[in-house]
Design a protein around this ligand. Structure first.
Ligand code: HEM
Ligand code: HEM
Length: 184
């Protein structure tokens, strides 16, 4: 039940999907709030520490997710040919924006040559530093890409709810619980 089947997603894909969704919305809220803090607020330093630590963990989780997806069976697509095309495009765009937000987050953080401490447990080295206006350029891409990601994810969530409540098909159900495989 950890792996995907033709009928639905396995436990690992489901767990990673929802953990990532929680992290994305949480990081967006935290990032937004971080901008409002004054220099003397204790969260002025703590906020970015959590944001970067969770962000790097999400990056590792996303790499695992893509690897797992590539090595695993894909559940049978649902819906019409057009819906399948749109879903494929939308999911591809979600993956792309996720990676763009995390890579630009890394580039903002390493612009001054310092590595990123992950929960004070280990440090990710600064491999790319000193590009022209690195922090500013990466910072504005980070902002717009994070916004696009969150808006697209909300639209994607609404489409999932439409499938569940209006079309009454198994789209949302198979991202919530593992489905019995056809052989059983
Ligand atoms: C999907 C994951 C992420 C989301 C949704 C997200 C979202 C945001 C948002 C909304 C802001 C505030 C906007 C701004 O100050 O420009 C922000 C700021 C920031 N993020 Fe992220 N972020 C994510 C991942 C990361 C990662 C992986 C890192 C680095 C390892 C990172 C590092 C930063 C830094 C350093 C800032 C402060 C930028 C500044 O003060 O200009 N973020 N993030
Ligand atoms: C930041 C939030 C989210 C992100 C980044 C995200 C991303 C993704 C991606 C990339 C896939 C494709 C999985 C694959 O085939 O590899 C997917 C599938 C799915 N997501 Fe999300 N998602 C988010 C939030 C949500 C929410 C809030 C809901 C529901 C309310 C939802 C429901 C679903 C469903 C039902 C599928 C399975 C679609 C299918 O059967 O092909 N997602 N999601």
């Amino acid at each position: 039940m950890w792996k995907n089947s033709s009928q639905g997603f396995g436990r690992l894909a489901i767990g990673i999907h929802w953990l990532s969704a929680l992290a994305v919305f949480g990081l967006f809220g935290l990032g937004w709030w971080m901008r409002t803090l004054s220099y003397y607020d204790p969260w002025y330093r703590l906020g970015p520490w959590w944001h970067k630590s969770i962000g790097i963990s999400l990056l590792a989780l996303t790499l695992l997710r893509v690897l797992w997806r590539w090595r695993n069976t894909k559940p049978r697509p649902l819906g019409t040919a057009l819906e399948q095309k749109l879903a494929g495009f939308g999911h591809g765009l979600l993956y792309l924006l996720l990676v763009l937000v995390m890579v630009t987050g890394y580039l903002i953080s390493t612009a001054d040559g310092r590595g990123i401490s992950v929960f004070d447990w280990f440090e990710v080295p600064a491999l790319v530093t000193g590009l022209h206006d690195q922090a500013e350029v990466a910072g504005s891409i980070h902002w717009y890409a994070a916004w696009s990601l969150v808006v697209l994810a909300l639209g994607h969530g609404l489409v999932a709810l439409k499938h569940h409540f209006i079309n009454k098909d198994g789209t949302l159900k198979r991202m919530l619980v593992t489905q019995p495989s056809e052989e059983n």
